[in-house]
Design a binder for this molecule. Structure first.
Ligand code: ARG
Length: 467
């Protein structure tokens, strides 16, 4: 094999009468992208070698030579001194060839009881496990940034919207906590996905298992896996875990994209609720006055490529018969790009949220303008005994009258309000205030400042335990 590996201008093996064409070689090679798996590949190989040695399948000298050779080539890769060759197709064959140059026959013995099929499945799982841990750390940082912004704004009144129409007053802190909930669920999904990622395919060999007396559990322990894949055919062909990651990543991007949409809206001069720090914005090449929220817009746009990767991977898998097929090589670029996109996005968003400056007076003004306490007035009447549907109708008439006159409900004098219901008394004033409205929603999950502060404390405690 090694002689053949060293001279890929020749046929693949004695089985073949001619080498692959240049075009086919480039078409089938994956080394340009799968070299990202190099460190995982080396780690997996070292655990495999140790197991072969313990099983009596690899001598002391061979194990030592493999370890020394791997240390050297690992260093070469880290220094950028490794000579990657497209002639050697993929990361696995590149590393094996260099190991054999460094370690001689020991390098050729490493592939005993193993196939590239179980090898690559192992590599991706190792790589993805580390990526998931990084993603969870980034999700925690973003949640902390949101909590840091929510805390000083636990009392800041803003309009809450339904149908993008002013609905009821909420606090800005409460609004931000909605996103903390979303990113907390994302972190849970990532942790759940990690459990299924963290299973060892090695030992499945090409598809059927191997005739050597291997110890899969020992390899699993050495690599930090929770256990081994239960069926060799499934072990080499399963990519559910990659799809699950892309699905979880897609939801991360849904949440980032919704937040982005709000940031863009809030920053529009028409709304003016917030400003983003200049380092996240750009100007226009023609309009000197412009300050554009490019980062949230781009993040909103990047959600599309992540969803695309999810659909790509689902499509990649749906027609494949058991077990391994070369189709699977197409799993890597979508997976890598998904990870790169969400990690970069989450990192920049933690910083971006920290750079938001809030304009509470604009938020308050918008909340005061939209009859946002109308529900409170209806509740007030219902609490005095009027059936809620009748209360709703009475307040609807009051709103219409106030709107016609261009004033807010709170601006109507008491005797005019009483024209809509005799149940209205002087105590209505407190009900119609924005502060009264938010303070009244004082239960778990409500927008009352007291509840917002309690929720912030709970989230902080959760994040302290998780990290
Ligand atoms: N580069 C291949 C991949 O990514 C490695 C496995 C190749 N196995 C094979 N039987 N051709 O899937």
């Amino acid at each position: 094999m090694t002689d053949q590996l060293a001279k890929k201008s020749e046929a693949w093996s004695a089985r073949f009468s001619e080498p692959v064409s240049e075009l086919v070689k480039r078409y089938t090679a994956s080394v340009d992208f799968d070299r990202r798996l190099a460190q995982a590949d080396i780690e997996g190989s070292l655990a495999h070698a140790a197991m072969l040695h313990a099983a009596g399948l690899l001598g002391d000298a061979d194990l030592a030579a493999i370890r020394a050779g791997m240390a050297t080539l690992r260093d070469e890769i880290e220094r950028g001194a490794f000579a990657w060759s497209v002639d050697l197709e993929d990361v696995h064959l590149n590393i094996e060839r260099r190991l054999t140059e460094l370690a001689g026959d020991a390098g050729k013995r490493l592939h005993t009881a193993r196939s590239r099929n179980d090898q690559v499945a192992t590599d991706i799982r190792l790589w993805l496990r580390a990526t998931i841990d990084e993603t969870r750390a980034q999700l925690a940082s973003l949640q902390r940034a949101l909590l840091d912004l929510a805390e000083p704004h636990a009392d800041t009144i803003m309009p809450g919207f339904t149908h993008l129409q002013v609905a009821q007053p909420v606090t800005f802190g409460h609004h931000l906590l909605a996103y903390v909930e979303m990113f907390a669920r994302d972190a849970e999904r990532m942790a759940d996905c990690r459990r299924r990622v963290n299973r060892l395919p090695l030992g499945a060999a090409a598809l059927a298992g191997t005739s050597y007396p291997i110890d899969r559990e020992a390899v699993a322990r050495a690599l930090g896996f929770d256990g081994v894949c239960g069926n060799s055919l499934d072990a080499v062909s399963d990519r559910d875990f990659a799809i699950e990651f892309c699905a979880a990543a897609s939801l991360v991007m849904v949440h980032v994209s919704r937040l982005s949409e709000e940031l863009v809206l809030w920053m529009s001069p028409r709304v003016g609720f917030i400003d983003l720090a200049d380092r996240f914005c750009t100007g226009s090449s023609i309009m000197p006055q412009k300050k554009n929220p490019d980062v949230p817009e781009l993040a909103r746009g990047k959600s599309g490529r992540v969803f695309g990767h999810l659909v790509g991977l689902l499509t990649l898998m749906k027609g494949q018969p058991l077990a391994y097929n070369k189709d699977n090589q197409e799993d890597k670029e979508p997976l890598f790009d998904t990870a790169d996109t969400i990690l970069a996005t989450l990192q920049i968003f933690a910083d971006l949220v920290g750079g938001i400056s809030v304009r509470p007076e604009r938020m308050r003004q918008a909340a005061a303008e939209g009859f946002s306490t109308a529900t409170d007035l209806a509740d007030y009447l219902a609490k005095k005994g009027l059936p809620f549907r009748d209360a709703h109708e009475a307040v609807a008439r009051a709103v219409r009258s106030a709107a016609d006159r261009g004033v807010d409900l709170a601006d109507l004098p008491l005797d005019e309000l009483r024209a809509f219901s005799a149940l209205i008394d002087a105590d209505v004033a407190a009900v119609l205030t924005l502060e009264g409205s938010v303070a009244a929603r004082d239960h778990v999950g409500g927008t009352a400042p007291r509840q917002v502060r309690a929720a912030i404390a709970q989230h902080r405690a959760r994040l302290a335990v998780a990290s």
